[in-house]
Design a protein around this ligand. Structure first.
Ligand SMILES: [Mn+2]
Length: 318
């Protein structure tokens, strides 16, 4: 039997893939399991790489979009089984569309992370090593830590994948380290990548501190196109760090190729509401969680984007 896993190329996505393989696909891994890592906004593009003769496709930790949902509905025409597990609130909008009798298993519920949702719903018997990584996944998703070691490994994994979330070979390497039950902190490649990212992250936090402006209880910081290239991949991590350091809501806005991307972190559920309101006003798309969300807007001048964000912040109550 041939299976494929399409999962989010982030910390809890990787840990979900590890858990799923370990508990349900160990007989066929790696020979008969195709692993695809992607991002929610481009899942339907990367999913075209799916092999032709698959029996089963497993979708993990991917916030569903209109386009990806359509892709999955089509896919049901040529596979026997589709499993979808995701903890993003926004995915539930598409739940009913993916119900194909006994051929789909759709688990969409709010949970600290997708690995946590997996063990709560599928109830596999997990060992202490797996339990530790599930705690790590929760922390990677911004939840309260259950100890120093958990926090350290969460930072290590997050930083090591941040710079190049599209590096499939590396992400597969991390899954394999976990499948062998090895200590993540002892893996030279993971440690090397995390070190470089950490250096850049410190610089980025300094840039944000230097130029952030306070609007309606939030700090707004902006990056131009060259800067957003230099710090690519670290923006989400930096926004989270910056919010924690300043105990404040944070909006990080930057120009990317042909678009403006806004990352919001809030102490309550304002992040999600701010992103939704931004796209209501100027178009684009948004997604994420209550306290950590992002929006992709049409290509605006940064100054214009900041003024719209300021307006929205004043109108969306804390
Ligand atoms: Mn994720």
């Amino acid at each position: 039997m041939k299976s494929a896993i399409i999962c989010h190329g982030d910390c809890d996505g990787i840990i979900s893939a590890f858990l799923y393989i370990k508990h349900y696909l160990m007989d066929s891994y790696p020979k008969n399991v195709q692993l695809i890592f992607t991002q929610p906004w481009r899942a339907q593009i990367d999913a075209r790489k799916l092999m032709k003769d698959l029996n089963q496709v497993v979708v993990l930790d991917l916030a569903l979009s209109r386009e990806f949902t359509n892709f999955l509905k089509n896919l049901l025409g040529r596979i026997n089984r589709l499993v979808i597990i995701d903890h993003h609130v926004s995915s539930r909008e598409y739940e009913s569309e993916l119900d194909a009798g006994g051929r789909t298993k759709v688990i969409l519920a709010k949970a600290p992370s997708t690995p946590r949702l997996m063990i709560e719903s599928l109830k596999p018997i997990v060992n202490p090593y797996e339990e530790f990584l599930i705690d790590v996944a929760d922390v990677c998703e911004g939840n309260e830590s259950r100890g120093e070691e958990v926090t350290r490994v969460a930072d290590l994994i997050k930083l090591s994948i941040a710079r190049d979330p599209g590096d499939i070979d590396y992400l597969t390497h991390v899954v394999n380290v976990m499948l062998k039950g090895q200590n993540v902190s002892n893996d030279l490649e993971i440690v090397r990548r995390a070190k470089i990212a950490k250096f850049l992250l410190h610089r980025l936090l300094k840039v944000m501190a230097d130029r952030s402006l306070e609007v309606a209880g939030a700090k707004i910081a902006s990056l131009d196109l060259p800067e957003s290239r230099i710090f690519a991949g670290l923006l989400g991590v930096a926004a989270t760090e910056f919010a924690k350091m300043n105990k404040s809501d944070v909006v990080l806005v930057r120009r990317e190729e042909g678009k403006v991307v806004v990352t919001v972190r809030s102490l309550n559920d304002r992040a999600f509401r701010v992103c939704r309101e931004l796209t209501n006003r100027v178009g684009g798309r948004y997604g994420g969680h209550a306290e950590a969300a992002s929006a992709t807007l049409p290509d605006l001048a940064l100054r214009e984007a900041i003024s719209i964000i300021s307006e929205v912040l004043k109108n969306v109550p804390k």
